[in-house]
Write a protein that binds this ligand. Structure first.
Ligand code: DSN
Length: 423
């Protein structure tokens, strides 16, 4: 394993751990990372996560803490809050949720009682576990009612959403998801939520960066609450935010702390502030639009190679490939792609006859490769590598995967990743 020269103190204190960090740096440098929920953060965001801010306890909110010594932390959190409000055009922002699942759980705590009905998109249809799916606490402590997509178009079935909302009268309606390749119609969800007097929570975790950069419509003013992680298309640290109208501010804040969490992770808050400053820059608009352009180009190139894409393509950063016609299970393809240096995740497709741990599809996305500067001209090559890897997987041709791995590493060396040490 390689030593991490960029972490001298760590290398001296714990060579074993430092070697693993170094190996991960190498892996992230050499591979084509296509998991749509991953990205590369900037060196500035990375530095902020490694600061002494992590030494401090700060239960409470700026100006009303339960611990002294908040002279700097209050300013850090206020910066993050104000930047979030400006970037997303919201009245209130809470930057303390530890990640997306706790952020969503805080929304339940704020607006529902255990046993209440909540309406969300089913996990196998593209929704998230925390939108009321059975194995999640949100589906056991609450009564999760789930909507899906149309079998013909794989688009959200708004007739079904409206019918379920009228019949079930949910306290909360969740929109957004983890495997939704098309634009979320926040206005349509908002209309349904208002009709049944439900709180609409827009989970924009996947598309937050696209919204910040103007490459996807904003849920403002349709959603009552906006939940997002900060580490996907937004290119921040692993964390989350809840944003809302001013009228919901108190309920949201109370649910996060003291309802659900203790002290905020101040180093993460600082890094969120840095990421939001980056997201406010004009260059981030270019980034967000380039992510979408790359995804569309990649989808076109895959369609040209005979791949079935859920919904026929993409409007955002994500492409969901149904491999049924290729006669290669998603897991087999994902593992072969990994050996070829192309990192994806296997994924269910809507109405999947296979099980979630061995599904029919793979999910890919373009946030990471766009962060490295690859443009639409490279997407036919990416599609070719995916195609060759899937064919190699079908034939059990390990040599072909090794050849592709070399080609991938050679191209990626020409596109240094933000935040990674340069050799
Ligand atoms: N499941 C994560 C993803 O989309 O990868 C989000 O929680």
């Amino acid at each position: 394993m390689s030593q991490s020269l960029s972490h001298p103190a760590l290398s001296a204190a714990d060579p074993e751990l430092a070697a693993l960090v170094g190996a991960e740096e190498q892996l992230q440098a050499d591979t084509l990372r296509l998991i749509p929920s991953e990205n590369y953060v900037s060196a500035a965001v990375l530095e902020a996560t490694g600061t002494v801010l992590q030494n401090k306890y700060s239960e409470g909110y700026a100006g009303r803490r339960y611990y002294e010594g908040q002279q700097n932390i209050d300013q850090v959190e206020t910066l993050a809050v104000e930047r979030a409000k400006a970037v997303f055009g919201v009245e209130h922002a809470n930057v303390q949720p530890y990640s997306g699942s706790p952020a969503n759980l805080a929304a339940y705590l704020a607006f529902a009682e255990p046993g209440d009905t909540v309406l969300g998109m089913a996990l196998p249809m593209g929704g998230h576990l925390t939108h009321g799916w059975g194995v999640s606490a949100t589906g056991t402590w609450f009564r999760g009612v789930q909507y899906g997509v149309r079998p013909d178009s794989a688009l959200i079935d708004f007739d079904e959403v409206r019918d379920l909302a009228r019949k079930e009268r949910p306290k909360i309606i969740f929109c957004g998801g983890t495997a939704v390749p098309r634009t979320i119609d926040f206005a349509a969800f908002g209309e349904i939520a208002r009709e049944v007097d439900a709180v609409l929570v827009a989970d924009i975790a996947h598309i937050a960066g696209l919204i910040a950069g103007g490459a996807h419509p904003s849920p403002v003013p349709h959603a009552d609450v906006i939940s997002t992680t900060t580490h996907k298309t937004l290119r921040g640290p692993r964390g989350a935010m809840l944003m809302s109208r001013a009228s919901h501010a108190k309920a949201v804040d109370k649910a996060v702390f003291p309802g659900l969490q203790g002290g905020p992770h101040n180093h993460t808050t600082a890094a969120i502030a840095v990421a939001l400053r980056e997201a406010a820059a004009p260059s981030f608009r270019d980034y967000a639009h380039a992510v979408v352009a790359n995804a569309k180009a990649l989808a076109e190139a895959l369609l040209a190679r005979g791949y079935d894409l859920v919904s026929g393509g993409t409007d955002n950063h994500l492409v969901l490939i149904d491999l049924t016609s290729k006669e290669v299970p998603g897991k087999v393809a994902a593992k072969a792609l990994d050996r070829a240096g192309i990192v994806v995740n296997y994924n269910t497709v809507p109405f999947d006859p296979r099980k979630p741990f061995d599904p029919s599809g793979i999910r890919i996305g373009t946030p990471s490769l766009t962060s490295r500067g690859l443009g639409t001209d490279r997407m036919p090559l990416v599609a070719e590598w995916i195609d060759r890897s899937v064919q190699a997987a079908a034939k059990g041709d390990e040599d072909a995967l090794t050849v592709i791995r070399g080609e991938v590493a050679e191209l990626m060396a020409a596109y240094p990743a933000p935040g990674l040490p340069t050799a």
